[in-house]
Write a protein that binds this ligand. Sequence first.
Ligand code: GDP
Length: 312
Amino acid sequence: MTVVALAGGIGAAKLCEGLYAELGKDLNIITNIGDDDVFFGLNVSSDLDIITYTLAGIVDQDRRWGLATETFSCMERLGIFYPESWFNLGDRDLATHIFRTDLLRQGKTLAEVTAIITQKLGLRCNILPVSNDPVHTKIHTSHGVLHFEEYFVKNKASVPLTKIEYRGASEAIPAPGVLEAIKNAERIIICPSNPILSIAPILAIPSIRQLITKFRQKVIAVTPIIQGAAVKGPTARNLRELGYDNSAFGVVDYYKPNLFSHFVIDQRDKDLLNHFTSNRFSPPITFSSFDTLMVDITKKIELARRILSLPL
Ligand code: GDP
């Protein structure tokens, strides 16, 4: 079965690990680039790296970003020259950013560089940045407009947001292969990522949103909210800040029911199903409840299998 996964970072990486175990080369992961930024002159693509490191089995299991058994000596030295620095990159992780930056400077596209990195890490699936054009997630707050990493890392996502902008998205062209992958996929899975910060920058590219909407019959979204809370990160608060309920219900409302025909909620939220079914979405959505808390590889594979065997 050929599958497309729309992915942010940590939540998506967990499900993609399960999907990869099931699908291998038939998995195409279209990844958010709204977090991409330049630090110390190096191009850093946070979500792409979380996904590739996780699938390659080399991610740090506690932090869930960066490489396992990492050291930060280079950061210590960089502190001499950049006293204001707040973004941490591990010594071994830096190799990826140096390599990416070098190839981009030589004129390769982000998609080409990602394909090379993926192959060098021994992965068989296709990891595609959503576009080779820049998309910048800008967070409007009472403290001004922040870059994504300024909001997420420097301010620990604690500053209330008032509006989000996906700068560049309306003009961005999907990377080669992205639209084809969406058209040809038997299933499209919207991973349990932050809908506002991780998935929306992908959907903000008009041709992608149009195509996903056109193929909504084969699109399954998975909740990133369990019992009113995020497993990690500010998703629940972000939903509230933008006026949505901090529940799986709020996630559906935020995405709009024309994007997908199936929505997976967590089994701990089973009671919500009464609410969902009595709420006639237009167009209608089929709800399923599974254990979506992916605490280990067994759970990741189990959830992937359930999603892949949902009758469409
Ligand atoms: P980030 O960009 O690294 O913050 O990562 P994502 O946007 O991909 O993921 C953040 C979201 O993933 C949060 O809303 C979490 O609740 C969700 N998440 C993380 N782990 C799990 C899990 O095991 N199950 C579910 N259902 N959601 C998860």
